[in-house]
Design a binder for this molecule. Structure first.
Ligand SMILES: Nc1ncnc2c1ncn2[C@@H]1O[C@H](COP(=O)(O)OP(=O)(O)OP(=O)(O)O)[C@@H](O)[C@H]1O
Length: 225
């Protein structure tokens, strides 16, 4: 499928229509295999849920899609350039000396560079992302002082601020309260309606049922998709 990138007034790339294909991918941590010869297709503009028990390989698939982990075999095609990876909140250290607003502003680094000056559009996108996750009142708080659910919303806001073409989320609803879950689920749905391709890892059956496509992993292999 062809890609015709065009950035609209809200910073979103429009008409990006490449399905992502994972072909015969194997990934290792050291000598230990975590994914064994997996094949997957993630349709463009849809939500794919990765399910499976602890240690089945969901985060590893996201890491490979996000370019954090290089497959030891196989290939991944159709990846867009602008990929946002929303980590599990437990991946963020309590000691991080940055505020919520600074964390969300990091979502603009791809567009402006780490030391680039944020322009008016960046400020608006950061403001909108904070509002969308209903954490504007926490903007000045250090991220390490937030509750788990507040921290999760902050990380999702960072992903939204990146205005990605592919949004990867690692267990975005884990341990969040009903209001935060609603807020995050609405944001994911809004991204999909803008044509963003979404891949999320989840243990939440309700969330998986809402997705367009479910891939179930066990012991580093695809059981069904
Ligand atoms: N950094 C690492 N170093 C070594 N082994 C790892 C590392 N990260 C994950 N693994 C191993 O790789 C396998 C897949 O782990 P992964 O984190 O992808 O599973 P998961 O499905 O996301 O699990 P969970 O539901 O617990 O988040 C597991 O056997 C895990 O122990």
């Amino acid at each position: 499928m062809s890609e015709v990138p065009h950035v609209d007034d809200n910073g979103y790339h429009q008409h990006v229509r490449a399905s992502i294909t994972v072909s015969n991918v194997t990934c290792h941590y050291g000598h230990q295999p975590a994914l064994c010869d997996i094949n997957l297709t993630m349709p463009a503009g849809h939500i794919t849920a990765l399910t499976g028990s602890n240690g089945s390989g969901k985060t590893t698939v996201l890491s490979a899609l996000g370019g954090i982990l290089e497959p030891s075999r196989g290939q991944i095609t159709g990846l867009p350039e602008n990929v946002a990876f929303v980590l599990q909140r437990s991946a963020v250290s309590d000691q991080l000396p940055i505020t919520v607003k600074q964390t969300v502003a990091m979502g603009r680094w791809r567009a402006r560079g780490m030391f680039g000056r944020l322009n008016h559009e960046d400020s608006r996108i950061i403001h909108d992302s904070l509002e969308q996750m209903r954490i504007s009142d926490l903007a000045g708080r250090r991220i390490g002082t937030l509750s788990g659910g507040q921290r999760q919303r902050c990380l999702v806001a960072q992903g939204l601020a990146q205005r990605p073409d592919l949004l990867l989320l690692d267990e975005p609803l884990a341990g969040v309260d009903f209001e935060a879950a609603e807020c995050i689920a609405r944001a994911i749905e809004a991204e999909r309606s803008r044509g963003v391709t979404i891949v999320l890892a989840t243990h939440d059956v309700g969330q998986a049922e809402q997705c367009d496509h479910v891939v179930h992993l066990e012991q580093g292999r695809v059981c069904y998709s």
